[in-house]
Design a protein around this ligand. Structure first.
Ligand code: SF4
Ligand SMILES: [Zn+2]
Length: 270
């Protein structure tokens, strides 16, 4: 079977498995990279109701190229694009925000950026009345996350992930879907090139010290089936470690859904 057809069929099956409704408004978190671009392209192709959402992190020339790519994608797909300019919203770009946090907390670049982005996605998706947030996470990302959580001794951290968020039900929490959950990174790269999608293929210049990069070196040596095995075994395991729904409260500082009194983002910004 042609790689494009195989990939599209696989994503269709995932969307069917999670019962995604074509009338729901899906906000696609667009970074400018191949994964989120392919996610938006496929959701639109399959007739879902999407809008694009991009966080302009102000990481120099890289962010400028990412913004141009998502603008071009949304124009081509004829979908509305919402841009969240981090400098306008917080007074600083991601590099400055991160350095300020790292001056008193020992955290890696992506750990900080990831927490802030997740917070923005949920808040803005709710403001825009979205029913779901779609991200471009792929099979490699998910296998890496699971292995990272296992090696840190925290497999429970993976228990709520899957092609759709599980066990979290709260009126302020917008569920997240990952249509490329079962698709290996290499296949997405080939697909996006084949379809000539507007993609920034360079890696983010700030992803230098991530623990994920070390785990990625290992997952890059695995075949697609071996990565699928990791995910499928994790799904079996997650049924066992999954003990019901998560208690959500609201952050005392920002009012966003949180697992503790203060959400992770406000904890970082203190
Ligand atoms: S690679 Fe890391 S620093 Fe760069 S945008 Fe992604 S999470 Fe942020
Ligand atoms: Zn908060």
């Amino acid at each position: 079977m042609e790689i494009s057809t195989e990939l599209e069929d696989n994503v269709r099956q995932t969307l069917k498995k999670i019962n995604l409704n074509k009338k729901e408004k899906i906000l696609v978190a667009l970074s400018g990279g191949k994964d989120s671009t392919t996610t938006a392209h496929l959701l639109k192709k399959f007739g879902y109701t999407i809008e694009g959402f991009h966080i302009d992190l102000k990481i120099g020339d890289y962010s400028e190229r990412c913004l141009r790519a998502v603008e071009r994608l949304c124009k081509d797909l004829k979908v509305e694009l919402h841009v969240y300019d981090i400098k306008n919203e917080t007074g600083s770009g991601m590099c400055y925000l991160r350095s300020a946090i790292q001056s008193n907390k020992k955290l890696k670049n992506c750990a900080i950026c990831g927490v802030i982005k997740k917070w923005v996605f949920n808040k803005e998706a709710r403001r825009l009345n979205a029913d779901k947030i779609a991200t471009g996470h792929n099979l490699d990302d998910e296998a890496q996350t699971f292995l990272m959580n296992i090696s840190k001794g925290s497999p429970k951290l993976s228990a709520n992930t899957g092609p759709v968020t599980k066990n979290v039900s709260d009126k302020k929490f917008i569920p997240r879907i990952k249509p490329l959950y079962y698709i290996a990174e290499e296949g997405i790269k080939k697909y996006s090139k084949n379809k000539k999608l507007p993609v920034v293929y360079d890696k983010c210049p700030c992803a230098l010290d991530s623990y994920r990069i070390q785990v990625r070196k290992f997952t890059d040596t695995l075949s697609k089936n071996e990565k699928l095995n990791i995910i499928k075994n994790f799904e079996k395991l997650s049924k066992k470690i999954n003990r019901g729904s998560i208690n959500i409260c609201y952050c005392e500082t920002c009012g966003e859904p949180a697992r503790k009194k203060i959400c992770k983002r406000c904890e970082l910004m203190k």
